[in-house]
Structures are given as structure tokens and as C-alpha cells.
Design a binder for this molecule. Sequence first.
Ligand code: G3H
Length: 539
Amino acid sequence: MSLNLENLFPVETDIPEAYALEGPLDQRSYLSNGDMLTWSGDVHTVLSPICVKTKKGLERKLIGTYPLCGEKEAQIALDAAVAAYNNGRGEWPTMSVAQRIDCVEKFTRDIMAKKDEVVKLIMWEIGKTYGDSVKEFDRTIEYINATIDALKDIDRKSAGFTIEQGIVAQIRRSPLGVVLCMGPFNYPLNETFTTLIPALIMGNTILFKPPKHGTLLFYPLLKAFRDNFPKGVVNTIYGRGNKIIPGLMESGKINVLTLIGSSKVADQLKKMHPKVNRLRAILGLDAKNAAIITANADLNLAVKETVLGALSFNGQRCTALKIIFVHKKQVDQFVKDLSEEVAKLKFGMPWEAGVSLTPLPEPQKPAYLKELIEDAAAKGAQVVNPNGGEAKESFVYPAVVYPVTKEMKLYTEEQFGPVIPVVTFDDIEEPINYLIESTHGQQVSIFSNDPTEVAALIDPIVNQVSRVNINCQCQRGPDVFPFTGRKDSAEGTLSVVDALRAFSIRSLVATKLNDNNKHLLNEIIDGNNSNFLSTKYLF
Ligand code: G3H
């Protein structure tokens, strides 16, 4: 029986008032060098993944427009960030940690007042459920608060001196310079801020380009950046990435590239920098996390975690389970149970209570997923769940595809959507070899209740990926845990504390411990003349 997707999308008047946008948000200004500059050039039209029924048929709802600035505006923003950094002599990089924290706390208070607006825009721009959009906002605020606490802790530990071999030193963390920050569409607010905020609070100056989908939601926050940080410390750049980013990288003035996105793009951008050794890169990239379900797994649990891992936010998470290896003894039952579990998921509009499957924001994604399914079908696999792969405009119903084999695109390509490829294995070396040969290396989920078997898998696998999850799905959180990957999956490590380290470098002031220098240091400290050389304790 068909899903009757004809009735999936609402007519305009059926959109509940509480979740409707007041009207299209026509953004005509952006933050550069401390000012909200007015833009009168070309704009990008933002169409929501949520369609509405019209007389002409289904149409993606128009929710706003944003500036399509060019290279000139990007260069002006770059100059502003360079000037605000001023070779490390600017107001922001030389400010005390306490003062920087104060600015970020005020900024946080201001953005919290914008929560409702931002949450609705997340929902409309990327089709995330209302509940998950709220969670994304709240998790971001928690992340900022945890970052402040972690920085206080680092600063407290740096408030003293180290004496070694007759040398006395004070060691602190210093900023790196101008940071180019680009976040992903799937967690546009959260993942952008998990790099932007640590980079900012460590004293760097920022050039920030919002993701292609998930752009308007930053507009309500721009004034909070303008009002709480010195001029030029945070600058936005709007426009087509392939037009405006190359010039910035080629200028050689970017000190840190932080990007959550594709490894292909990161690779190209890094190569554009004329002094590669001067560029630090903090990257969260592609992943194809595997689940390995052995003959000793609790199948019920494995099915539930697979559904969560593969289909939360329609599979559009870098940490999603994107290929499932199941032992041949369990595979028939697994595929049957998985199909039944998928059928229990509610699909619909992001504001509907209990909904988990929603429309996809990337316009080309439904066609790509269809291509992956057709490729697998042509090579011997089948969609095994009822209605799997049925689609209407931006919506694709999840497809469980089995048996997936090496020759199929689904075996290696990151689908980043609601398709679950299931592979069967007899010998545990098969999934291990998959991990070895994979170009990705983020996480794995192992399902087994046999301690000998689990132990034997942990040791080889921790050297292939960066997190091994036992009897649970893959995920980034809790945010204090290190989040990284091997091969093409990441560069650098993010966590609340690691991010502060990633966006800074240790600097020290050292001298020989003699009476003259003791006197000199004491004078500087007592006179409160340096923000770096100081024993002030941050409570
Ligand atoms: O898109 C990748 C995100 O970092 C995943 O985060 O595991 O908390 O959903 P999550």
C-alpha cells in the first residue's frame, strides 16, 4: 500500500500559527567591520524543504532572501579581521581573559533572547523537527557556557609560574590570528558555534560564512556580535563559496581554516593558501560509520540503535550509521525487524508531534538517493522495507537496502540521507577489512554481548577510527568527549577543552631567576601592567 504522500505537505492555511514564520525574511544587511552594511546587489532566494500545496501543484515555500556578496565585500571583511587582530596587538587579542569572557557572556544573553526566532528558522530552512531545532539551540548555549568554564579553568592553571633549572616562566595560551569559519547545514547553529566561539574567546578574529542551507537563522544574531565585540572582531561573509572563499585563502592572511563539510572542499581550500605551514586547519569532514552486528548481538537493541543511528534527522548527521554489517546467522531476522521498526516512525511536517522523518533541504538529494538505490538494485540488492525509497518532492521515505555488496555505490559513498545499506558477513575479518580500506575513519558501533569477541574487536578497530561505540549508535556527544576522526574524516580534535587548544598556541614568558629579574617580574605584576604576565585568579 502506498504512503499517500500526496497529503504529506500542507496548504498554506494549514500551517499552525505557532510555527509559521511571520513572512519572508529579506536580509539586506550583513556585519562587516563593526557595522551592519546595507546590501543592494543580487540576493539568493531561500526555498524551504517544506512544500505547500498551491493551484500549480507543490511548491517549496519561499522563506526569504540573503545577500550574494562578491569578492570585494569578502576582501573588505578580511581586511577588517586583519586590522582588528593587528598582528596580535589589537584590542581583542590583547584583552584579558576575564574581559573576553565578559563579552561572550553578554553575547550569550543577547542571543538567548532570539531563541524563538532562530529555532523557527532552523526548522524552516533545513526541515529539522521543531523539538530537535530547540535542542540544537539549547545545546549551543550549554556549549558556550561549558566553554567559558573550561577557559576559566585553563586560565586558573596558567595564573602561576613554573620554575625549572633556574628559569622561571609563565605559560599561557595565545590566539593564532584570523580564523575563517564555515559550518555545515545539518547543525548550522551548533556546529558553527562549536568552532566559532572557542576561536573567538581565545582572542582570534573571525570571518564567518554561514552554510548554504541554514543561513537566515544567523541574521537575528548579527547585532549581538556587533554590540558585544570590538569592531572587526566578527565579520560575516555572504555569497557563493566558490566565488568568495578562494581569494581569501590565496591572500595568505587566513591563519586558521575551520570547516565542517566535505574533505574535497577542505583539500582544495588548503592548497590555495600560499604558505601552507602558516595555516592551521580544524576540520570535521566526511564519514561512513559502520555498525558491526555479530552473531552474539542482542538483535532487539541493535535494531533500535540502528534506527536511531541511521535515521535521526533523516540520516543527515556526519556521525550517522551509514553501513550496517550483520552476521549471516542474524541477518534475515535483523532485516525483518529493522523494516518493522522503520515502519513505526512517523513522517510529516517538522512541527507535528512525534514526527521524526521530514523533508530534506538539499534540492538534489532525492535524485541522488534514488540513483544509489537503483545502482544497488541493478547489482542484485533490493529495497526490503515496504514503501522504502518512495519520494515526493523534498521528502524521501527511508529505504533498507539488502544485500549490499562491494560493487555498489552504497558500499562506499556517503549517502547522508535516509537509506540504510545492510551487508552480510560470515568472517569478522570482512567488516574489519572494510574499515581498513575505507577512506573514512570517524566512528564504529559494535553490537555483541560476548566479552571475548568485543575485546578482540576493540584493539584493531581503535586504530582505524576515533571512537568505538559498544552496543549503541555513533554520536558526537557528550560535548566534553573528544570528537575527531582519522583519514578523510577530520583534522584536529574538537571537544569543549580541545577546541580551546585547537584555536590557540602556547606562549611563555621566561627569565633567569635572579634578584634583578625577580624584582622586575614583581613590579610588572604588582603594577598590573600586563594581561599576559599576571597572577590574577579568575573565579
Ligand atoms: O553532523 C555531525 C554531528 O557532529 C553529529 O552530532 O552525533 O550529536 O548528532 P551528533
